[in-house]
Design a protein around this ligand. Structure first.
Ligand code: UT7
Length: 318
């Protein structure tokens, strides 16, 4: 037994920053950003915190699921841009929505939402819990160096999640981890102890974009194929691919390698949101759920990659 998705929800802050707006801050232009990434605009939280966005997404997911906060047995959250390192975001969401269940976070950067699903599937399989809320939320705008054009144009803010109950619709997963901080990292505070051998670090997202790009274009189609092989699923049976929205070209490269999955099955909303890290996959799931894109029984591949380095692919039945 694994899980069934009861409902989805999302929230993005109202302020929209276009590529032209960014061109006023750093040396860039709409044409470069659009052709290299597929991003046209992103939402930025100016009045809200990450946990406030997460709580709004959680409430929307509960409403869509017909589940009340006091029915939840567990809240799992993911963020790299939470209000605090401690308390974790899940505890703040728990209080905001009026739940009383256990609540904790997992740290997995852009792959984190799929790690929440993997963890929830394990808990639900044991019968320990019956209703689990999973939320990914990010205020990436707070952890970016807005003078660095190679990173500040890529990310956006937002939150989204799902409510799960025991079921048969989590069909398998493929997890690939290559421990390394060189290509992608976000330093923590180093403190002020005078004898510390650690130098204060630039407290913003660092990324070697072209190397992460090479990692992603190689690993994503590979992990998806391994997932399909292990679940005995022909590519042609896949109804949709919901890929982490980091760069349209990465998704198109994966589509080229997975020849029997038609290009139009790779869903894309990066144009409007940029890379929202842990919120990226549930945001797209919620958008498609509310638009009626998914039909009951559709086989959907979910695929994420990012800091770790990591790549997680999962197969679900809608
Ligand atoms: O979710 C976490 C995972 N992250 C990702 O998946 C991101 C993966 N990486 C990427 O998506 C791409 O590598 C980027 C979009 C970040 C960059 O695209 P690229 O085609 O790899 O460009 P590049 O880094 O090789 O830079 C090419 C040129 C450079 O100029 P020179 O050295 O050729 O003169 C950059 O300085 O583009 C320049 N450049 C820019 N120009 C205008 C870099 N950023 C910008 C910019 N506007 N914003």
């Amino acid at each position: 037994m694994s899980f069934h998705i009861l409902g989805t929800g999302s929230y993005v802050p109202p302020v929209v920053v276009t590529n032209d707006d960014l061109a006023k801050i750093v040396e860039t232009n709409d044409e470069w950003i659009t052709t290299r990434t597929g991003i046209r605009r992103r939402h930025v939280a100016v009045d809200e915190t990450t946990s406030e966005m997460a709580a709004k997404a959680a409430s929307a997911a509960l409403e869509n699921s017909g589940v009340s906060a006091d029915e939840l047995d567990l809240i799992l959250c993911a963020t790299v841009s939470g209000d605090y390192i401690c308390p974790n975001m899940a505890c703040l969401v728990q209080r905001a929505i009026g739940a009383a269940c256990p609540a904790f976070d997992l740290n997995g950067a852009c792959s984190a939402f799929l790690l929440l699903l993997e963890t929830a599937a394990a808990y639900l399989s044991t019968g320990r819990y019956r209703k689990i809320l999973c939320v990914g939320a990010e205020q990436m705008s707070r952890i970016l160096d807005w003078t660095d054009r190679s990173t500040c144009i890529l990310f956006g803010d937002g939150a989204a999640g799902v409510v799960l109950e025991p079921g048969e619709n989590y069909l398998g997963s493929q997890l690939v981890f290559r421990g390394s901080e060189e290509l992608l990292n976000l330093p923590t505070s180093t403190g002020t102890f005078p004898g510390s051998r650690l130098e204060a670090q630039h407290p913003y997202v660092y990324m070697n974009g072209s190397e992460v790009y090479k990692f992603a274009t190689r690993i994503v189609p590979q992990a998806i194929q391994q997932l399909l092989d292990k679940t005995g699923t022909p590519q042609s049976d896949v109804a949709w691919v919901v890929c982490h929205q980091a760069n349209r070209r990465i998704i198109e490269a994966a589509a080229r390698r997975l020849k029997d999955i038609a290009d139009e099955k790779f869903l894309i909303n990066i144009e409007d949101y940029g890379n929202t890290s842990a919120a990226s996959i549930p945001l797209l799931l919620d958008e498609c759920n509310r638009a009626g894109t998914f039909k009951k029984g559709d086989l959907i591949v979910l695929a994420a990659f990012g800091g770790g380095l990591s790549c997680v692919a999962a197969l679900i039945r809608w």
